[in-house]
Design a protein around this ligand. Structure first.
Ligand code: ZN
Length: 179
């Protein structure tokens, strides 16, 4: 860095300057203050990072698609296929989030990371112990579980109690020729 920007008036001063040439404020103190400020800002990352936002969007999208397919009574096989794909995607994302979570624990302590890898209970304790570092990946995991559960909820067939199975089947038979 060969110049220092004064945070009081914005004037860019030479690095050799001790005081701001316009307002006279101390630059060395300011530099320290700016460093602390930058550090604080990097620590205070928004809770919903882009990865988490993406997961929430997926969850929302799944809810909308699920509800729309319920309302418009999609053919059973199509709805089942879509649900199974959603379950698979949810599981895949869950694994990714779990690896992300483990990586965060390993960053803090290799011993805790190994413990979390092999003993589920240790993993839960580690999440609490390093909460500031694990909270996002933990919430990410919860969203993934939500994606899987919701996909199962919208899964037609045996898993879901049907209120009127006979009516449903006749409706499907009518729908089939139109496809
Ligand atoms: Zn100044």
């Amino acid at each position: 860095m060969n110049n220092i920007k004064c945070i009081d008036c914005g004037l860019v001063n030479w690095a050799s300057d001790i005081e701001c040439r316009r307002c006279g404020s101390l630059l060395t103190v300011q530099e320290k203050r700016a460093q602390i400020l930058a550090l604080e800002q990097s620590e205070a990352k928004p809770f919903l990072t882009s990865g988490l936002q993406l997961l929430l969007v997926l969850l929302g999208l799944e809810l909308v698609v699920g509800l729309v397919s319920q309302i418009f009574q999609l053919p059973t096989d199509l709805a089942a296929g879509a649900s199974l794909i959603a379950v698979a995607i949810g599981f895949l994302l869950l694994i990714v989030c779990h690896i992300w979570l483990l990586a965060r624990i390993f960053e803090q302590s290799v011993a805790w990371g190994l413990g979390a890898l092999f003993v589920p209970l240790v993993g839960i304790i580690a999440i609490g112990k390093f909460w500031e570092h694990t909270k996002r990946s933990f919430v990410g995991q919860l969203i993934c579980v939500g994606i899987v559960l919701m996909a199962m909820l919208f899964l037609p067939g045996q898993l879901k109690p049907r209120t009127a199975p006979v009516q449903r089947e006749t409706a499907n038979r009518i729908v089939l020729p139109i496809r």
